[in-house]
Design a protein around this ligand. Sequence first.
Ligand SMILES: NC(=O)c1ccc[n+]([C@@H]2O[C@H](COP(=O)([O-])OP(=O)(O)OC[C@H]3O[C@@H](n4cnc5c(N)ncnc54)[C@H](OP(=O)(O)O)[C@@H]3O)[C@@H](O)[C@H]2O)c1
Length: 282
Amino acid sequence: MGNGSVADPPIMSVLTKHFLGSTGLQTAALGLGTVKWGRNEGLKHAPFALPDDATCLRLLDAAEAAGVNLLDVAPAYGIAEERLGRLLAGRRDQFLLFSKTGEIFEGGQSSWDFSAAHTRRSVEESLRRLQTDRLEAVLLHCPREDVSVIRDTAALEVLHSMKAAGLIRAVGISTMSLAGGLAAVPLCDLVMVAWNTGFHEQQPVVEAAAAAGKGILLKKVLASGDLSAGGAVPAGMKALDYRLRSALGLPGHPVVIAGTITPSHLEENLAAAAAGAWPEAD
Ligand SMILES: NC(=O)c1ccc[n+]([C@@H]2O[C@H](COP(=O)([O-])OP(=O)(O)OC[C@H]3O[C@@H](n4cnc5c(N)ncnc54)[C@H](OP(=O)(O)O)[C@@H]3O)[C@@H](O)[C@H]2O)c1
């Protein structure tokens, strides 16, 4: 206790920030995923109720205090964009907002539209819902047919033109396949791929992005919450630490986008990220 009347704040690690590829953006190694903040249908996660605003504010407060600045959201995440827009009032500049375009989730079903008109409208609607005049990144939210989205649709060109107009700081592609990830690297500023201790199929994308100076976001690092998936955990280590810290050892200073609606989970993830990459460099 300091002066005897006010409780000292908890000791908290503040995460180091690194440049995200060549975007000029600086991010902590842990980003906050918000799909469960806005949608609880059509997901791989165990059934859950949407969190209330107070819980989301607690998560934002804890994230900000620890130096987590990247919030990952999408129009397909139900009410997540609208909710973030409201909850970030007065503190929008403390965070980097990464949204997406292409996936539409309505009536419990996903559909995709990567036309020029939809892409423009989708980004404009994200700006409105998030109550902001620019997004730090917008990513193509690709379905399985990611190569044809990248090669055969107008969406990427539209995002680059919106970047040139100052509405978007960086253009990204969230892919599903190895071929899609490798096709994405030269065409955008950052890629988002799935990686975890039991799934390394897309690691060549991470390596190509690191070599090309592109930003790297990792999804599925916690196997959508099934910490028993992803191979044996080294003796003496907690599964969460092993899964999360292993991802931090990949090249290119990747950002792990871990989704959570549970404040105690965020604290665990922050502690694991603060401990740094595992195994530690010599
Ligand atoms: N196509 C795309 O672009 C795409 C696809 C998938 C995901 N994403 C993004 O990535 C984010 C992460 O989603 P993901 O599916 O890849 O999931 P993930 O990060 O692998 O796992 C998230 C799940 O792990 C649980 N969890 C988090 N911290 C935990 C902890 N310390 N201990 C135990 N469980 C924990 C969460 O439950 P609690 O909520 O209870 O903590 C949640 O159910 C999403 O929110 C979204 O922003 C993008």
